[in-house]
Design a protein around this ligand. Structure first.
Ligand SMILES: [Zn+2]
Ligand SMILES: [Zn+2]
Length: 104
């Protein structure tokens, strides 16, 4: 006994298979109202998952992938520049704010 339901999020029809329906019943969960795609998305959002953005290193201009969006205004460094940054920080004086640009 399969069942077709309409996703309340995107309006697309999705199939609920018997095994799934049984599972929800057994666990006392309500039947899902979202398609697997939207459920997956929701779960990722709840986990604090963020999209990856293609950006360039603020220090050397190398292309990098980061979780910080360009709109966030955060300074991003590639792996190498981040290493350089760490090497330039005096551990006794603590970390400099990340806005500090490294003088090569
Ligand atoms: Zn959906
Ligand atoms: Zn860099």
């Amino acid at each position: 006994m399969e069942k077709t339901a309409t996703c309340s999020q995107c309006g697309q029809q999705f199939l609920l298979i018997a095994m799934e329906l049984k599972f929800y019943k057994r666990m006392g969960y309500p039947e899902p109202v979202n398609c697997p795609k939207c459920r997956h998305k929701k779960r990722q959002e709840q986990r604090g998952w963020r999209d990856f953005h293609k950006r360039v290193c603020d220090q050397c201009g190398r292309r990098i992938i980061t979780i910080y969006s360009p709109q966030s205004g955060d300074i991003v460094y590639c792996e190498k520049c981040f290493q350089d940054y760490c090497n330039h920080v005096d551990p006794l004086r603590g970390l400099k704010p990340p806005e500090t640009k490294i003088k090569a």
